[in-house]
Write a protein that binds this ligand. Structure first.
Ligand code: SAM
Length: 247
């Protein structure tokens, strides 16, 4: 996958992608990430990229001519263009998965008061990373790239590890443990040490359902349960009722 980022601050992208998993993905040629300075597309003497907002008000707005030139020069025939914007659709794992299927992403980062609205006609989607305002689209672009890149084939050591994670299936991931088996009198659940793969799988599914129910119950409203999940939920409710009766 090729990812081009249009930004006024390309230097911000150096460190996040020269460490750890994304660094290795870049080195292996699984993802090609380029930060392009929007200022290169300014044609006037002062390389002006922003201007005062029509109608008054605080701050500066990125100019349509400069940004559209940058976009038109960067987009390929199969490019999918995203403007990182607090007004966009909120980023979810489902959107991340959809984005990971494109071969070329062009990410536009706004700054100051944002971009001239006419630029939006060249954008396929506006994406927000949450209901708060950041100074620029650079950190949201980094978040999006990190989430997308780790889904690309070959990026994670074990491809299955992306398949079972939180939100993949509208469920939070089951609890994870590592050595030592007992730490400060707290024991790892015995089933995980049993080596019984089927029982472990079922326990993990049960824990996923429970965690989601306790922490993010709204996720469960949006999903269809399998027959096995319904059975596990019914069992959990039954056990809960028995506990209540005892107390
Ligand atoms: N005036 C804009 C508004 O009220 O909608 C906010 C502009 S913000 C200060 C500057 C830039 O940061 C935006 O153009 C956008 O690219 C980026 N940005 C800020 N918050 C964001 C968020 N939550 N998600 C994605 N991008 C964001």
């Amino acid at each position: 996958m090729k990812i081009d980022i249009l930004t006024l601050f390309p230097g911000m992208f150096v460190s996040p992608f020269t460490e750890s998993i994304i660094k290795r993905a870049v080195e292996k040629g699984l993802v090609d990430i380029n930060a392009i300075n929007i200022r290169e597309y300014a044609e006037d003497r002062h390389q002006q990229v922003d201007d005062y907002p029509y109608g008054g008000g605080a701050g500066m707005v990125l100019k349509p001519d400069v940004v559209i030139r940058a976009l038109e020069n960067t987009k390929s025939a199969d490019a999918y263009t995203v403007y990182l914007s607090p007004q966009g659709k909120k980023l979810t794992q489902e959107i991340v998965r959809d984005l990971s299927r494109h071969s070329h992403l062009v990410l536009l980062c706004g700054h100051y008061e944002g971009i001239d609205d006419r630029i939006l006609s060249l954008v396929d989607e506006e994406i927000s990373i949450g209901d708060y305002i950041l100074t620029g689209g650079e950190l949201p672009a980094m978040v999006l790239i990190d989430a997308v890149a780790r889904l690309l084939p070959g990026v994670l050591g074990d491809d299955a590890s992306a398949g079972e994670e939180s939100f993949t299936n509208q469920l939070l991931e089951y609890p994870q443990y590592t050595r030592p088996a007992i730490y400060r009198q707290k024991e790892v659940p015995a089933i995980l040490l049993s080596g019984h793969h089927e029982k472990i799988r079922r326990w993990r599914l049960q824990q996923s359902l429970l965690k989601t129910l306790l922490k993010r119950p709204e996720l469960l409203l949006e999903r269809d349960f399998t027959a096995e999940e319904k059975k596990i939920l019914a069992q959990m409710l039954f056990e809960r009722e028995r506990e209540d009766e005892k107390n």
